[in-house]
Ligand binder design. Structure first.
Ligand code: GDD
Ligand code: MN
Length: 385
């Protein structure tokens, strides 16, 4: 089948059915491996939204399961279905942002493809926004009339906890700030779009924390259904990203969270280094043990940074990882030279009363310069954008 969704030469073009009236509602649906759900979702939207001028925009991150073929076929037969095919990027939030930016509908809804969000809540959300009294209508599992079909105990607890943390940032009394199901006016979305972190799963919370003026929120109950096909992409690393986003919203204006993470990982690397040194110094010469410890620690730092600090630019595949690892060694080697050189310079510099002869200040300054260099250079040479 035709992956691009473009018509083969000579094929009869399908006319985009006239909406009869200007587009009012665009539903943005991020997809990753949702082959078995997207057609069903489109059909359900059609049934639930009669009388409303709507479109749906699927934003797919190059799903390997054939979702794009299904989307192309849908888009060809129904002019209200559009899709964006992204290559080389992953992420629910950034997919949603791109989808919203691709439409000029005055009202924009965000929902999951997997049929867990109840499309019957959409008309109620739209009615709320049409009154002009709210900027955003949030589908909530926790207000009267809402609920969760079946979740294991662990997930219920985790969700409660994350919800509590979120309340602090949302700047609104919200029973379900973690919801992935909401409808917002276009101007409200645009008022925060430049401040969005675009990372992870929590686009709603991100938006609520990002707009200049707090948004006026209403909640609309719905029942979170069970997933019918495929599997959830919310894994432990997504939870990690969520934590990073909260941290970024809390302190990101002071210091980039990525830098903080880099420093924390570097600190862990010191422990790894010392552990290796402790284990080997008796067997090998001190120089060999120290050298080996440094290589092990750098390798450890590389892989941890690759999975956590630079998750969004993660290197994959043997070749990319090898290249990145050696680039990281080279960056760290230069960083070590800079560290020692600067510390030594400050320690010797007689006209620097603060540092001359002061091992602590000189040493700390060397470490700081080395760390900043390692961070800046590795983001260019190892995890380049
Ligand atoms: N484009 C794109 N890229 N879409 C993605 C990606 C991605 O990297 N990861 C997930 N999606 C899509 C899925 O295909 C699905 O349509 C939707 O985003 C939600 O993903 P799920 O994997 O089904 O998430 P969930 O059901 O575990 O979590 C949902 O419920 C949470 C509340 O507990 C989401 O709605 C969360 O946003 C919500 O917080
Ligand atoms: Mn889901």
């Amino acid at each position: 089948t035709d992956r691009t969704g473009l018509l083969a030469p000579g094929a009869a073009p399908t006319a985009r059915p006239a909406l009869g009236r200007p587009l009012e509602l665009s539903i943005i649906v991020p997809t990753f491996n949702e082959r078995d759900s997207v057609a069903e979702l489109s059909a359900r939207l059609d049934a639930a939204l009669s009388g409303i001028a709507w479109e749906v925009v699927f934003v797919d991150d190059d799903s390997p399961d054939g979702t794009l073929d299904v989307l192309a076929a849908l888009a060809r037969s129904d002019g209200r279905v559009r899709y964006i095919h992204r290559i080389g990027r992953r992420g629910l939030s950034s997919a949603v942002i791109e989808g919203v930016l691709s439409t000029n509908a005055p009202y924009v809804a965000v929902m999951d493809a997997d049929l867990q969000h109840d499309e019957h809540a959409l008309p109620a959300m739209l009615a709320q926004l049409r009154t002009g009294l709210a900027d955003i209508a949030v589908g909530s599992r926790y207000v009267a009339g809402g609920g969760i079909e079946t979740w294991d105990r662990g997930r219920v607890k985790a969700s409660r906890l994350a919800t509590r943390a979120a309340g602090l940032l949302a700047r609104a009394q919200l029973s379900d700030p973690m919801s992935g199901f909401f409808m917002v006016t276009r101007p409200a979305f645009m008022s925060g779009v430049r401040q969005l972190s675009g990372q992870g799963f929590k686009i709603l919370l991100d938006l609520l924390a990002s707009t200049q003026a707090p948004l006026r929120v209403v909640e609309v109950p719905y029942t979170f259904r069970c997933r019918a096909h495929g599997e959830s992409k919310l894994d432990s690393l997504v939870v990690w990203e969520y934590g990073v986003m909260l941290l970024d919203k809390a302190v990101g204006h002071l210091l980039p969270v990525r830098f903080l993470m880099f420093i924390v990982v570097g600190g862990l690397g010191v422990f790894v280094h010392m552990a290796v040194l402790a284990a080997l110094h008796a067997q090998l010469s001190f120089l060999a043990a120290q050298g080996l410890a440094a290589v092990v620690a750098m390798t450890f730092n590389f892989f941890v940074n690759n999975t956590l600090t630079y998750r969004d630019r993660r290197l994959k595949g043997v070749w990319a990882l090898t290249r990145g690892l050696f680039a990281f060694y080279a960056v760290c080697a230069v960083g070590a030279v800079a560290n020692v050189g600067i510390a030594n310079f400050l320690f010797q510099a007689e006209n620097h009363a603060l540092t001359a002869g002061n091992w602590f200040v000189s040493g700390a300054a060397g470490i700081l310069v080395g760390a900043v260099w390692n961070y800046a250079a590795s983001s260019v040479f190892t995890w380049r954008k």
